[in-house]
Ligand binder design. Structure first.
Ligand code: F0G
Length: 416
């Protein structure tokens, strides 16, 4: 049977999978799920001799296809909405504009709730049910709450979410409400909301499903497995993604590292984290060569999903960036907006502003000469365009009013 433990990344103290623990009780360090890789029984593909096969013949593919590398027994019944298995688009048109030759975009907006968070939540809520908790909770810039609300609804357990008032895109609030979460807004930012929900979870015995919970990251890991499979077990040279609470970049790096440890691949991509200029603690710490971030008291950006000043997973993210030989960069709101429009119009990929930060960052790093033009690059588009409809209508030309008369309408058509 596959063996794993929950381990502190700092002092290596280990906790069992039946304990509810989010940070190390000895030193306060972040936790990680560590497997005994020799106990993982991979079914190798006879053809290539490397590729592992899906063990689970359930409905569809997706996160649970990779249960060999998830912290559960084979018998577990997952709480699943068939998340994952998202498209990886080759983007030649956008590549040409940016001046690179081998560009791919993974559209995580096509998950059940419209963001990559579903990968983490199927695992996190499955764990919650296994533990028999009385309810689940999170703080959120939007997507986490939406995804948690959806999976809690599926599991039939109560869900509580805390949002920064007036700072969450409309689509996300609508989803959390519709899926039946108890939604609270507070005056303050995401970091304030997270601080409060962490205390509440301790005091009220609710299960915390922010990304400080290491089980979430295990689900998000599967983005890397899918990229690798789709690219026929060739690891890309770069993976670029937006960084907020800094979990996803850590999870994806972990997955690529695991594939290497298992001998399935022989390289790890350079991990590139992109933050908005008004909320860039990880980028700043990376550039200044610091081991720890300095929190930002007033993070500000139109990319509300990544408006975070004190990311909890910063230590993991900095390690992912540094040990993969990657980098971190910041982009302006104007660059994010331009990238969002470019991606939507040149490739048909509609994303929310935070997701477009990865494209804006790529463009900037190519111009700076940090990224070579012939590298194989994968950008992660983390959330769907419809998450933030208000922003879309602000940055696009409004519809033109016309008379109910075909002649008038015809005259107004451009380029026919
Ligand atoms: N992109 C989107 C669309 C997000 O919603 C988030 C995070 C990120 C990127 C950053 O990912 O936190 O793993 O570095 N959203 C969280 C939330 C914070 O509450 O929905 P990260």
């Amino acid at each position: 049977m596959k063996e794993y433990a929950v381990e502190c990344i700092r002092c290596r103290t280990r906790f069992s999978g039946t304990e509810i623990v989010y940070t190390c009780s000895k030193c306060g360090g972040l936790l990680d799920i560590r497997y005994d890789y020799s106990s993982i029984d991979l079914e190798l593909d006879a053809g290539t001799g490397r590729r592992w096969k899906a063990k689970w013949e359930g409905e569809g593919e997706g996160v649970w296809k990779y249960r060999d590398l998830l912290p559960f027994d084979d018998e577990i019944e997952p709480i699943t909405m068939f998340e994952g298995n998202t498209p990886l688009y080759r983007c030649d048109s956008l590549a040409k504009t940016i001046g690179v030759t081998d560009l791919w975009v993974k559209h995580e907006g096509l998950n059940p709730s419209g963001s990559f968070k579903d990968r983490g939540m199927t695992v996190g809520v499955t764990k919650a049910v296994e533990l028999g908790v009385k309810g689940v909770a999170c703080a959120s810039t939007g997507n986490t709450s939406t995804s948690l609300a959806l999976f809690a609804a599926k599991a039939g357990i109560p869900c509580y979410v805390l949002l920064p008032e007036g700072k969450v895109a409309l689509g996300k609030v609508a989803q959390a409400l519709m899926h039946g979460a108890q939604v609270f807004t507070l005056k303050g930012n995401f970091d304030d909301a997270l601080r409060i929900v962490r205390v509440l979870c301790e005091e009220e015995s609710l299960y915390l499903l922010n990304s400080v919970n290491p089980y979430r990251l295990e689900g998000q890991k599967t983005i890397a497995f899918e990229i690798t499979e789709k690219l026929k077990m060739e690891v890309p040279e770069r993976v670029i993604l937006p960084v907020g609470n800094a979990a996803n970049i850590s999870a994806i790096f972990k997955a690529f590292s695991e594939l290497k440890i298992l001998g399935i691949t022989d390289a790890v991509p350079k991990m590139v984290g992109i933050q908005a200029e008004g909320a860039m603690p990880v980028t700043r710490a990376f550039k200044e060569g610091k081991a720890e971030i300095t929190p930002e008291a007033k993070p500000e950006t139109i990319a509300s999903a990544i408006r975070i000043g004190d990311p909890v997973n910063a230590a993991k993210a900095l390690d992912a960036i540094r040990s993969s030989g990657g980098t971190a960069e910041s982009v302006t709101d104007e660059e994010i907006t331009a990238a969002q429009i470019e991606l939507a119009r040149s490739e048909g990929i509609g994303v929310e502003p935070a997701s477009a930060a990865s494209i804006a960052g790529l463009k900037k790093l190519v111009e700076m000469g940090v990224i070579e033009r012939d590298e194989r690059i994968v950008c992660i588009a983390t959330g769907h365009l419809l998450k933030d409809p208000e922003r879309a209508t602000e940055i696009c030309e409004p519809p033109k009013e016309v008379e109910t008369d075909v002649k008038v309408v015809r005259k107004m058509l451009k380029g026919v």
